[in-house]
Design a binder for this molecule. Structure first.
Ligand SMILES: [Zn+2]
Length: 514
């Protein structure tokens, strides 16, 4: 995952219109954090395991579409949580920090489990050590395949600040702990366990199920999904839908749940601006140097406000969240286009960085380069900008606009990375299946097609014409989501077991295409 997962959980943030200052106050409150942590782990020691297991078995039978005589199989399936937890712990113990990645070992671990169950699996390397897993479970009918996508690389983890070693795969207090537990090895474990469960059930889907657990997502996917879609598009040929990370079931205060399915992503447009000038001695500076030019250019960019632009997907997203809010906010979200004409409301809604990022293109300076010695004026100074564009924005026009804002011929702009923003149909059969899942398994929780400010590997597959969606079947609180790319990343075994069950319900609910 290439962006903060806690994205876009609008309801609680809207209500309070929490600002970055508030967020800092919260993060700085160690006492509060400690209390939350204690609550989180204490919640897992629950009595009545036998009753819960029987109930789980019954639900599992439903998920598999089994009749009563198959209750024994259902009981076995109630152990999905343990099976997924074992697999996840094994994956976490294989350190796939990217760079360098080294995902082949993790892909091979998955391939072994699948092969043992008679499922055709293959580890495909883009270069030595950079392996991705591919598996296919044949369906019984003629429906087009569905792809389950995850990634096997993780971001680095500094053990300092963790309560357990981040690569030990510790199982404690009802959770599996470790880097990748949520992003994204937990997803790989759930998707693999679902495939194994389907294979054992003897009741395959009507369509082929393709499992892909790729390398290199965290640095953009060039050695993973990018390589596979370019060199092995046959693996996903004809696929109708793809499920990936990106969004999930958000747990809100008051135990409310919102099912968010990411249907669109902003596009990265990474730009390097380089200023040049006469090199020389720092003691006798000319009026302009490469460094002063760069500083001036950055200052102009910081003062520049990109225009607010409400895209149809974002408009629909906020409208879908509106019923969760009280008046007058409800009406404003429902009629956001008109509400944004009110300067006071516009200021308020864009004060939240995530909401701001959904309403305009953003420009974030991240890397600075200049001289190497205090008394030497360098000939060149540069900055990298992480710009993110809304769907419909043309990258060339955007970079041209930046050049105009800078207005200095001695400053050169170069695009480092850019691809179009991607989206999928919010009214597809897959979204209908998520709605059915919410109705039957999540007490009718609202389903919100969402737009995410970051990007995942989904765009590679959307480019192949596969309708791709960001939906992980975990129920996650803000606190859970903060552990992604942070300390103490962990996922509950309840979430792993229920994740498998929800995924199977969802897959069976996808209508067969014509
Ligand atoms: Zn991820």
């Amino acid at each position: 995952m290439n962006f903060p997962l806690a994205s876009l959980v609008a309801p609680p943030r809207f209500s309070a219109f929490r600002t970055p200052d508030d967020a800092q106050t919260l993060a700085g409150d160690d006492v509060d954090k400690f209390a939350m942590r204690k609550r989180a782990s204490g919640a897992n020691f629950r009595p009545g395991g036998g009753v819960r297991r029987a109930a789980a078995a019954a639900l599992v039978a439903l998920a598999l579409g089994l009749s009563a005589p198959r209750a024994r199989a259902a009981d076995a399936a109630s152990r999905w949580g343990d099976e997924a937890a074992d697999l996840l712990a094994e994956l976490i113990r294989i350190d796939t920090t990217n760079p360098p990645g080294g995902e082949t070992a993790a892909a091979s671990a998955l391939a072994r489990r699948l092969a043992a169950a008679g499922i055709q699996a293959e580890v495909i390397e883009s270069s030595p050590g950079r392996g991705s897993l591919f598996a296919r479970l044949p369906g019984s009918g003629h429906g087009r395949p569905v792809v389950l996508l995850s990634h096997l690389d993780v971001v680095p983890a500094d053990p300092h600040g963790w309560h357990v070693p981040p690569f030990a795969g510790v199982r404690r207090g009802g959770y599996v702990w470790g880097r990748g537990a949520i992003d994204c090895k937990g997803v790989a474990a759930v998707e693999t366990t679902a495939l194994l469960a389907l294979a054992r059930s003897g009741q395959p889907l009507g369509r082929d199920l393709v499992l892909l657990a790729t390398a290199d997502e965290e640095t953009g996917g060039a050695a993973g999904a990018g390589w596979l879609t370019r060199h092995r598009p046959d693996l996903v040929a004809g696929a109708e839908y793809l499920l990936n990370e990106g969004d999930d079931i958000h747990l809100l205060p008051g135990n409310r749940r919102v099912v968010q399915v990411a249907i669109a992503e902003k596009a990265p447009c990474w730009v390097r601006i380089t200023a040049t000038g006469e090199p020389g001695h720092g003691a006798v500076p000319p009026p302009q140097t490469a460094v002063t030019r760069l500083v001036r250019a950055l200052d102009k960019l910081l003062r520049y406000r990109t225009p607010v632009r409400l895209t149809p997907a974002v408009e629909a997203y906020f409208a879908a969240l509106a019923p969760l809010e009280a008046e007058p906010l409800r009406s404003r979200l429902l009629h956001l286009r008109a509400a944004l004409d009110d300067p006071g409301f516009l200021t308020e809604i864009t004060r939240n960085p995530r909401q701001n990022a959904l309403l305009r293109d953003t420009i974030t300076p991240t890397v600075l380069r200049g001289g190497a010695k205090t008394n030497v004026i360098p000939a060149e100074a540069s900055a990298d900008l992480d710009c993110r564009l809304l769907p419909g924005e043309a990258p060339d026009a955007f970079v041209g606009q930046l050049a105009e804002v800078i207005g200095d011929d001695a400053v050169h702009l170069e695009t480092l990375l850019s691809f179009p923003a991607s989206s999928s149909d919010p009214d597809s059969g897959l979204v209908a299946a998520v709605r059915e899942l919410a109705r039957s398994e999540l007490h009718g929780a609202p389903v919100v097609p969402s737009v995410i400010p970051g990007f995942t590997d989904s765009h590679y597959f959307r480019d192949l014409g596969i309708a791709s969606y960001g939906f992980v079947p975990f129920v996650l609180s803000d606190e859970d989501e903060r552990t992604v790319h942070g300390a103490d990343e962990r996922v509950s075994i309840d979430n792993l077991r229920e994740g498998v069950r929800r995924l199977l319900v969802l897959l069976r609910a996808i209508p067969t295409s014509s």
